[in-house]
Ligand binder design. Structure first.
Ligand code: GRF
Length: 192
C-alpha cells in the first residue's frame, strides 16, 4: 500500500477526488496526511475523511527556506512514499525537493510545457489557442519543468472564461491524477 501525503492551497477539489478514489477497497494507495501552506478550505476534506492534516502558513515564516524546513518536518512525521502537490500554489523549497524527491508529483491545468506557472488556465485563454490540457508531472527544482507522467488535451470553447475553462480541465486532471497515483503504487510508473 502506497502511503501518500497531499499538499494543497485551495478548495482541494482535486484532493477530494483522490480521497474518494483511495476510499475504494481495491485502490493501492492510502492518503496518510494532508498539508497546506495556509488555512486552506480544502483541509475540511481531511476532517471529513478523518485524515490527519497540518497547516504551515507561509506568511508565518521569515523565508521560503525556514518555511520549507517546517514543511519537511511535518511531512517527515508521516513517512510518505509519495508527496502529491494538488493545487499547492507555492514553489517547493530545494530542501523539500531534495528530501522527498523524486517521489513528488504535481498536477497542472495546462498541457506542459505549454503555460507553466501559477496562471496556466488564464495564460492559455489569453493566448487564443483552441486547446489546452492537463498534466501530471514529476517535481524537480524548476517551475513545472519535471518529467511528464501523463497529460491530455482539453478544448478551449468560444466564450470560455477562466472559470469555465478551469472547470472543464479539472475533471481531466482528477482522472489523470488518480490513474498516475495508482500506476506509481503498482510499480507501473517508476519515479526513481
Ligand atoms: C488545480 O487545477 C491545480 O492544477 C491548480 O489549481 C487547481 C487547484 O484546484 N494548481 P483545487 O484546489 O484542487 O480545487
Amino acid at each position: 500500500m502506497l502511503n501518500v501525503a497531499v499538499l494543497i492551497s485551495g478548495a482541494g477539489s482535486n484532493l477530494r477526488a483522490l480521497l474518494d478514489a483511495a476510499d475504494e477497497p481495491d485502490y493501492p494507495a492510502h492518503i496518510v496526511a494532508i498539508g497546506a501552506d495556509r488555512d486552506a478550505d480544502g483541509l475540511q476534506h481531511a476532517a471529513d475523511f478523518g485524515i490527519p492534516s497540518f497547516s504551515v502558513p507561509y506568511r508565518a515564516y521569515a523565508s521560503r527556506d525556514t518555511w520549507g524546513e517546517e514543511l519537511a518536518t511535518q511531512l517527515r512525521a508521516w513517512s510518505p512514499d509519495l508527496v502529491v502537490l494538488s493545487g499547492l500554489m507555492r514553489l517547493l523549497p530545494e530542501n523539500v525537493v531534495a528530501e522527498f524527491g523524486p517521489q513528488i508529483i504535481n498536477t497542472h491545468p495546462a498541457y506542459l510545457p505549454e503555460f507553466p506557472g501559477a496562471h496556466g488556465v488564464r495564460d492559455a485563454l489569453a493566448s487564443g489557442a483552441g486547446q489546452t490540457g492537463a498534466s501530471i508531472i514529476q517535481v524537480d527544482d524548476g517551475i513545472d519543468t519535471g518529467p511528464i507522467l501523463a497529460q491530455e488535451r482539453v478544448a478551449i470553447e468560444p466564450g470560455d472564461t477562466e472559470t469555465t475553462l478551469h472547470a472543464r480541465i479539472k475533471p481531466v486532471e482528477r482522472r489523470l491524477l488518480i490513474d498516475v497515483v495508482r500506476r506509481i503504487a503498482t510499480g507501473d510508473i517508476d519515479l526513481s
